[in-house]
Write a protein that binds this ligand. Structure first.
Ligand SMILES: Cc1cc2nc3c(=O)[nH]c(=O)nc-3n(C[C@H](O)[C@H](O)[C@H](O)COP(=O)(O)OP(=O)(O)OC[C@H]3O[C@@H](n4cnc5c(N)ncnc54)[C@H](O)[C@@H]3O)c2cc1C
Length: 401
């Protein structure tokens, strides 16, 4: 039960984005009685997405306190071994599941659904809309929307991802905050031609790679992940046809399953395409506005972004409850608690591109040698501890329950 002194019933909060960070904060704030509205640009809760994982005791503690640890387990992927293969499909290295999929792995869309279901009766969700303007005043933030009538909120939280619209409105243009890591990544669904059953394969050529994975045991479908090394490209983020052309050029002549994957790309209607990049802002809060999750400290992949978003939501809600809704106190504490933790997790993401697509044949071979060693029995536990180090790099305060 909510302790009366930590009751946030007087606080109105607008959250932009209903993926991971947004519903996680909504869930944590609703427990303290705050009146929460979540606005999401997509017409409905977005399903699917990549498999995301949780590692170590910090993630477990937060998810348990949110009451969703068991449900995440009930819907986990049960992803097994992933192998690095040569052009003929023969395994060069087998990577055990805990190496790639953490303690528990779930589809991003499934995680969002769990948190949405838990909050939809206590939180107002507005789909198919977006913040148009924000005016911070001493008494609240005046918000206009693309479609809904204008309203005033005590606080506004930008949980709208790596290319955050809220960040753009309040903190300035993305070019100031986005660091590019010399690689692009694409993902889409393909036919399960290899008959994968909760297993994955990774094939690399210098500067490019294709990974195929079957995460849910569906005999017909698999997910393709394409990574390539590149200079910064200029393209329209909404122009899927242009993105397909870029991929077709970059993966022309690719061995192994390359031709089949490119054929599936032509028909794909769920293409995700983005730079491998990180967000580094000077401050996570300004006035009555705060950034959460990828919007504030995201990394496209390899930075445990989901775990950081969940921990960030827990800390932000907990600090607001401790401060009785005083955002100045709470935002300062949120900044100081989460900043170093998020930076530590971001560090690992810089390796994502070179891990998938080493620049030369020699580097591909040395990657394989290193992972063969790390996957071996004695070193597997050491590797697990290594990957958990950044995920557990925060001392969680005790928040009122
Ligand atoms: C290929 C790939 C693999 C990944 N693998 C992992 C992994 O293994 N482990 C892991 O922890 N993380 C992984 N991630 C990262 C993870 O997906 C993100 O860190 C996580 O989804 C961040 O959640 P978020 O809610 O902050 O942002 P997002 O998930 O990006 O959600 C942002 C939301 O805001 C909405 N939105 C955007 N603009 C507006 C607007 N103007 N108004 C309203 N709503 C808006 C979007 O529609 C979306 O719903 C991976 C990412 C990629 C790309």
């Amino acid at each position: 039960m909510t302790n009366k002194t930590h009751d946030l019933g007087h606080l109105t909060v607008l959250i932009s984005g209903a993926s991971v960070a947004g519903p996680a904060l909504a869930l944590n704030l609703a427990r303290y009685g705050a009146r929460v509205t979540v606005v999401e640009k997509a017409p409905a809760l977005r399903g699917g997405g990549f498999a995301v994982d949780f590692r170590g005791h910090v993630h477990r503690t937060v998810l348990t306190s949110m009451g969703i640890w068991d449900e995440i387990h009930a819907h986990q992927t049960h992803m097994g071994r992933q192998s690095v293969v040569d052009a003929d499909g023969h395994a060069r290295v087998d990577l055990p599941s805990e190496m790639m999929s953490g303690d528990v792995e779930i589809f991003r869309g499934e995680l969002a659904r769990i948190m949405y279901e838990r909050t939809k009766d206590r939180v107002e969700y507005v789909f198919g809309d977006s913040i148009a303007t924000l005016t911070d005043t001493p008494h609240g933030v005046d918000v206009t929307f693309d479609n809904s009538p204008s309203r005033r909120f005590d606080l506004v939280i930008g949980a709208d991802g790596l290319h955050s619209h809220t960040r753009g409105l309040v903190f300035g243009d993305e070019s100031r905050y986005l660091r590019f890591f010399d690689h692009y990544v694409a993902g889409f669904e393909v036919p399960n031609d290899l008959g994968l059953d909760r297993t994955g394969r990774l094939y690399s050529e210098p500067g490019r790679a294709i990974a195929l994975g079957n995460y849910d045991g569906d005999p017909d479908r698999a997910g393709a992940l394409l990574v390539f090394r590149s200079e910064r490209l200029s393209y329209d983020r909404r122009d899927t046809a242009a993105q397909k052309r870029i991929l077709a050029e970059r993966f022309a002549g690719m061995g192994w399953e390359g031709p089949n994957v490119l054929k599936a790309l032509e028909a794909a209607d769920d293409l995700y395409f983005d730079a491998i990049a990180q967000i580094h802002v000077d401050r996570l809060t300004k006035g009555r506005v705060a950034l959460l999750g990828d919007a504030g400290y995201g990394a496209t992949m390899g930075g445990m972004g989901t775990g950081v978003a969940i921990v960030g939501a827990y800390v932000l809600a907990g600090e607001l409850a401790l401060a009785g809704g005083d955002h100045r106190m709470a935002f300062a504490a949120y900044e100081s608690r989460i900043r170093d933790f998020a930076k530590g997790c971001q560090k690992t993401s810089g390796n994502a591109g070179p891990f998938f697509a080493p620049a030369t044949e020699r580097r591909i071979r040395s990657r394989d040698r290193m992972y063969r060693l790390l996957a071996s029995r004695p070193l597997a536990a050491f590797f697990k501890r290594l990957t958990e180090k950044s995920a557990t790099g925060i001392k969680l305060p005790e928040y009122p329950v």
